[in-house]
Design a protein around this ligand. Structure first.
Ligand code: DGJ
Length: 372
């Protein structure tokens, strides 16, 4: 897809581009500065305030993007005043200008469990062509991070409103999980935990959920049923689901596929504090996955540029290139957490790299200077 308008730096004549770069660098963010009009940016500006088409900061954290019939839908955690606690949705045709579609899963539709409220982290949405439903999966949680279940919600349209279906643990009571709990029953319970998650639809139309399980010690990948509303049953280890990145304590999983290989960008588990990313690869979606090391290149690359992986999206009009999406969390004011979207390309050895850019535009050429 070509960028829509002249504001995209990729279409500027060089002289005008230099001028615009200077404006961008001086202002930090087009539309975010006091003198500027409140407008979406002219280029991807990792870490800067990103305004929607109404001039409000985009509020969709830990999110993911669905492309459906030529439109991109960005779903994420609403942390700001407009719809705090909801799953927010924005739509765009160029990935830069995002229109707020509102709270597509309001907090009032989440279940109360044992008389305590639940909340959503890391919502993702996929479309099921058979049922024609938009299927949302999320990490459904309660204070203390012990509830740790998958939440599933459905809608007939990408912009909702989604109806909450159920909360579940896709793989129950893993038997051999040893946690810090001394009670064996509690050990089993923690073994089934479901926290940071992502969805992936393979080329054959089958969908998978990746998630941090076993109290975050090990990641699971589980094939979904035909409606995408739960695990494929009966669940058979290494056939319909698998333990991957075993005992490696990874989260923030962001899967993508390139030339028949499955890649997973993940973070370490350090709460809201940034840490070093890893990229793992396998030729089978159920693994085994082999670590390729840190894909990030440039300043602060050992802390994922101060951010944490959330999604990887094929870059439109840029064959073989992807967009790495991450959150620069602000733990004391989560609504001010910024988005770090960067090119994800492949080096000469075919290893994914994410080079730092102050600003960048589509399309990508796949010839980034790795900035090693
Ligand atoms: C890291 C996770 O990736 C986030 O989604 C969130 O759960 C924080 N931990 C909470 O500390």
């Amino acid at each position: 897809m070509m960028p829509r308008n002249h504001r995209t730096l990729g279409l500027c004549p060089p002289g005008r581009c230099r001028l615009l770069f200077a404006v961008l660098l001086a202002g930090g963010s087009l539309g975010g500065g006091a003198a500027g009009a409140a407008a979406p940016p002219a280029a991807f500006m990792p870490g800067q305030v990103w305004l929607d088409t109404e001039g409000n900061p985009i509020d969709a954290h830990g999110g993911g993007v669905l492309q459906h019939r030529g439109v991109y839908y960005w779903y994420g955690e609403a942390r700001g005043q407009l719809s705090r606690g909801a799953v927010a949705c924005y739509s765009s045709t160029n990935l830069l200008d995002w229109k707020r579609e509102g709270a597509v899963l309001p907090p009032s539709s989440l279940p109360r469990v044992n008389d305590r409220r639940t909340f959503v982290e890391r919502p993702k949405v996929i479309f099921n062509p058979s049922t024609k439903k938009f299927v949302m999966w999320m990490h459904l949680e309660q204070g203390g991070y012990r509830f740790s279940r998958a939440g599933i919600a459905l809608s007939d349209t990408p912009v909702g409103t989604f109806t909450f279906l159920e909360a579940l643990r896709p793989i129950a009571n893993t038997n051999d999980f040893a946690s810090l709990a001394s009670d064996p029953a509690r050990q089993k319970e923690f073994g089934a935990t479901f926290r940071d998650m992502n969805l992936f639809v393979d080329e054959d139309g089958r969908a998978y959920v990746f998630y941090s399980a076993e109290d975050n010690w090990t990641m699971y990948v589980v094939r979904l049923n035909a409606a995408f509303t739960g695990p494929e049953l009966p669940a058979v280890e290494n056939k319909t689901w698998a333990k991957i990145l075993v005992r490696r304590m990874r989260e923030g999983v962001a899967p993508f596929k390139h030339r028949g290989n499955y890649f997973l960008v993940t973070s370490a588990c350090t709460g809201w504090t940034p840490n070093q990313a890893d990229c793992a690869v396998a030729d089978n979606i159920l693994g085994p996955y082999r670590s390729l090391g840190n894909p990030c290149r440039g300043p602060d690359s050992d802390r994922t540029f101060g951010a944490q992986s959330t999604f990887v999206l094929p870059a439109p009009g840029s064959p073989g290139c992807f967009i790495f999406m991450a959150d620069r969390w602000v733990s004391f004011n989560l609504s001010d957490s910024r988005y770090v979207w960067l090119p994800l390309e492949f080096d000469a050895e075919g290893t994914p790299i994410v080079p730092w850019r102050e600003h960048w535009s589509l399309p990508l050429t796949g010839k980034s200077d790795p900035g090693k």
